[in-house]
Ligand binder design. Structure first.
Ligand SMILES: [Zn+2]
Length: 448
């Protein structure tokens, strides 16, 4: 029996209701939370200890939409300018992803995962694409996730944009990984059936995806109405808008994640609410791509479960949360809206989405997975359960994560990652990304 005691901290449970407990301890046994105790009672407990004095202890964050491989686009030059979001996809992302090798999939996941640990993000729902190296790509990402000790839910994005052969390979890669996860039955690694977006999926491909996914009772992870062009292409080619189209194919449902949902009509929101489909909001990415702002207030009012993702813009969920608040306020031109809706995404909804795939992840509660982080933060103003969200947005978001623990395993302590050699990992990732950049510059972009 392995016991670990996180003592002397301010514990924030992020449960229902959220509790903020000063001078408390979390006892971890065999990877799960065994008890949350007042400091005095914790004195008698015999266990290995971590002192969380001057720190806030809370559950590790969950990122509900991510692309590990996008990490390798950081600092890339020589990308042809884009006048629109579809241009950006063609000039950058669809050129870059084609050139990824299995090794690059592995190292980009390793580099991104390292940053996740540093920022206290412990569960990641990823959406992967490497059309030139489909087969086995999810296995390589899973290797990185295992090595890092994180939790991840993976999928391969099926698309017809590289031809029907690659689309079929994508389907096979999803099935292979779904089967692997079913057999492993490991709460660290889960699978969804990935698909890119309505506008790059032909009718036959969508139909096949739905058929196969049904066999595994798998949900989908798909981009939905991220740009206006997804809606116009859907209307032009298939005679219907994106959400009804996905609904007709049986893609929607409580196990499915629709990322972005920027350009939806009311009846599409209602369809997502009725089917229990989760939507994931990625405000920084939407701003960066200039595609528009998802109306979080409307989505919440219409009863849609909305979570928060970063779309690879960052691994820091508190940074993304701040962006969610600011963009809603700009969008609604109102300085007083969206605080509770936005903080609710991270404090509650991401947990709910995550537990559609994993079990007992995302709050500090007896019997739940011991995924927790300690942040250096001694509040300069009173902090309690009522005003904790304010401290989270304005204070914790500016403070360094000191310790990251997943399933009772300490991945980072005193800001040092313990599970692998940080410098070596980043050096290896640099070598791998340089190779990718050489391919990118010789085969595409401005030099073409
Ligand atoms: Zn995305």
């Amino acid at each position: 029996m392995k016991r670990l005691l996180i003592k002397n901290g301010t514990i924030v449970t992020l449960g229902d209701p959220n509790r903020v407990l000063t001078r408390h301890a979390v006892l971890i046994e065999d990877g799960r939370v065994k008890a949350i105790l007042p400091q005095e009672s914790a004195q008698k407990v015999k266990a290995q200890t971590i002192d969380a004095g001057g720190k806030v202890v809370l559950p590790g964050f969950i990122n509900c939409h991510m692309h590990f491989y996008s990490t390798f686009a950081r600092g890339l030059s020589g990308v042809a300018p884009a006048a629109s979001f579809p241009d950006k996809l063609r000039n950058l992302w669809w050129r870059l992803d084609r050139l990824l090798s299995p090794e690059m999939c592995y190292y980009s996941a390793l580099a991104a995962g390292l940053e996740a640990i540093r920022h206290g993000t412990t569960t990641i729902i990823d959406h992967h694409s490497s059309p030139g190296a489909v087969r086995g790509s999810l296995g390589r990402i899973a290797d990185a996730v295992r090595q890092l000790g994180l939790r991840a839910c993976l999928c391969y994005e099926v698309s017809d944009r590289n031809g029907p052969g690659i689309a079929r390979e994508g389907i096979r890669e999803n099935l292979r990984f779904l089967e692997e996860c079913r057999q492993a039955d490991d709460n660290r690694l889960m699978a969804l059936f990935g698909s890119h977006a309505s506008f790059t999926l032909e009718e036959g491909t969508l139909r096949r995806c739905a058929q196969y996914a049904r066999k595994y009772e798998a949900g989908f992870h798909i981009h939905c109405a991220e740009g206006k062009s997804d809606q116009s292409a859907s209307l032009l080619r298939f005679g219907k808008r994106v959400v009804p189209r996905l609904a007709e194919h049986g893609i929607l449902g409580p196990r499915t994640i629709c990322a972005h949902a920027v350009h939806l009509q009311n009846r599409e929101w209602d369809l997502l609410a009725k089917t229990g489909t989760a939507v994931v909001h990625n405000p920084q990415s939407n701003s960066n791509n200039g595609v528009g702002v998802m109306d979080l207030l409307k989505a919440s009012q219409r009863g849609v479960l909305v979570g928060l993702g970063t779309d690879a813009m960052t691994l820091n969920m508190l940074e993304e949360l701040r962006s969610a608040i600011w963009t809603q306020r700009l969008f609604h031109r109102n300085p007083d809206v969206a605080f509770s809706e936005a903080t609710g995404l991270l404090m509650k909804n991401n947990r709910e989405i995550c537990n559609r795939y994993f079990q007992r992840v995302g709050q500090l509660k007896e019997g739940w997975e011991a995924d927790l982080i300690c942040i250096d933060y001694f509040p300069p103003t009173p902090m309690d359960k009522e005003n904790f969200p304010g401290h989270m947005v304005s204070g914790l978001s500016q403070a360094p994560v000191d310790t990251t623990i997943v399933g009772g395993k300490v991945l980072m302590k005193k800001k040092k990652v313990l599970v692998l050699d940080e410098e070596k990992t980043d050096r290896d990732a640099q070598r791998s990304s340089s190779k990718l950049w050489r391919r990118f510059k010789s085969r595409s972009g401005l030099n073409r």
